[in-house]
Design a protein around this ligand. Sequence first.
Ligand code: ADP
Length: 450
Amino acid sequence: MKPISLGCIADDFTGATDLANNLVRAGMRVVQTIGVPDGPLDADVDAVVVALKSRTVPAEQAVAESLAALAWLQGRGAQQIYFKYCSTFDSTAQGNIGPVTEALMDALDTGFTIATPAFPDNQRTVFKGYLFVGDVLLNESGMQNHPLTPMADANLLRVMQAQTRHRVGLIDHRVVARGEVAVRERMAQLQAEGVGVAIVDALSSEDLLRLGGALKGMPLVTAGSGVAIGLPANFGITPSLQASHLPAAGGLQAVVSGSCSLATNRQVLDFIKRGHPALAIEPLRIASGADVAAEVLAWARPLLAQGPVLVYSTADSADVKTVQSRLGAQEAGALVERTLAAVARGLVECGVGQLVVAGGETSGACVQALGITQLQIGPQIDPGVPWCHARPASPRSAPNVIAEAPVADDDPVAIQRVPAMASHDGLHLTLKSGNFGSDDFFTKAFSMLA
Ligand code: ADP
């Protein structure tokens, strides 16, 4: 197997897919792994994105997991490491962006890196070190109220400085606009001044492409997914259809939706309006002890041969609040996730070979239940959401992933510790984070594969 060029460590699951999608569009063949792999790669690729769930865990744990990912990527020959975080720089005053960056710098024996969540195509721009989401500053974008990582300051120099012992500096937009050489000169100047981490302004994709050239040979890059568009060219790779090639799709079609975001609510309605069969699951019924997953599968089985079916817990905010007030938000979420994960597994065992999953947490639960450890990244359906392909998993690779999940003894997902895979060649899967995708996303996804 050839060495990989770029090794990536992502601090969450759908963010990893977003990064992988950008690399594929720029011409790289990419595999995303679920956690640090315990076996060889399924395919020859240019880049691997190791998806961790380290954004909000204690900083020491995030550091340990990131270093384990680094060691694995170095073992595969990675020439450059990319630490990927959210484009809204989701972190607390303690981390984890700063501590993980520092630990990776130490391990790579490098005294300098950049940091920028800029992704102008996705309305994330950085100007004078301030992060904008659309037309407003980060701290006016709603992110100031995030339950886990409230972002009350849009000044990334201050935010980063609070998390790291390295001095933080700025490469501002006038330098970036002058191009690669100017950026390199500024980086040398900052290093001479003792700066270890440089926040970089970027207002357009052209800025990111110019920045990309200047990052050639840098041992560690830290960024959102945006910077990825400018890196493949440094390895002599150019956009090609081959990069997103996946095996031909087969099997039946299904959608499992556990996202309650506005976009997903519209997508569920659109799918139903088109006349496809759809079944809503009731969190309160799950809580009452009914075997909802079995009921859903009994409903779906006879319908699958006629076309795609949808199983959803998607509901509007009023309904979600009612359920949460009865069950508690955590408990409701966990019950729904476990049920949808068991449904996803059952559907694949019924012969589903093309599966759409909506919701970030829901995606994590389904991928674990399916025993999937590696995903080859394919063509983009909508910005940030590609089709992926999981080869039939080896029976050896699944149990670790499932066993690590904190599940109850009677959890139906945990009990089935063998990877689910229908008889055809692997599974086509797309993992849509809540607010991504057009209203017709579900039907569009299937027609793309056809
Ligand atoms: P998104 O990407 O939109 O945030 P997630 O899957 O990450 O979607 O999160 C949605 C959370 O809401 C999950 O934990 C899911 O189990 C939970 N959930 C889904 N449907 C309901 C519902 N009807 N009532 C309460 N919680 C729900």
